[in-house]
Ligand binder design. Structure first.
Ligand code: NI
Length: 166
């Protein structure tokens, strides 16, 4: 099932996600819906926060062929180094892209959709994407990193769009 994606500046994007204590059948169903929603959008990543479910779950596929799905439940970054600047976009901020500074290489610990713990080291687009999606879980959107002027302009644009959409 394709889920509705919240759009900035929706206040629900500011909620902090809770840890998933057990990976139940309901969680697996949510993961499947998130994956379907991400591919349908299409996007390279999606957090549960963006579909208004405040649990620590993100799904990512940065591959061109769309066949390298990664599911992270309760992700934690255990190591980060270097610096990368990458142009980012977000399914919750449609049509807007800007450069954000992130760690270049990270190691993340999480559970997969079966509840199995794993550790993954990533760099490049995948590392950036994991950091972007994990930000959503603590109520952060990538545009928070922009200058106040850029953010004010973006807010005005998004509000206008919402008015037109009714
Ligand atoms: Ni995003």
């Amino acid at each position: 099932m394709v889920l509705d994606i919240l759009e900035y500046p929706d206040p629900r994007l500011r909620k902090t996600a809770a840890t998933v204590p057990v990976v139940t059948a309901d969680i697996r169903k949510l993961v499947r819906d998130m994956v379907e929603t991400m591919y349908a959008a299409p996007g390279v990543g999606l957090s549960a926060t963006q579909v208004d479910v405040h649990k620590r779950i993100i799904v990512i596929d940065v591959s061109v062929a769309r066949d390298e799905l990664k599911v992270f439940i309760n992700p934690e970054i255990v190591a980060a180094e270097g610096e990368a600047q990458c142009e980012e976009g977000c399914l919750s901020v449609p049509g807007y892209y800007d450069t954000v500074r992130r760690a270049a290489r990270i190691t993340v610990r999480a559970q997969d959709e079966r509840g199995e713990p794993f550790e993954l080291s990533a760099d490049g687009t995948l590392a950036v994407c994991i950091q972007h999606e994990m930000d959503h879980l603590v109520g952060k959107v990538f545009v928070d990193y922009l200058s106040p002027l850029k953010r004010a302009r973006l807010m005005a644009k998004m509000r206008k769009k919402q008015r037109i959409a009714g």
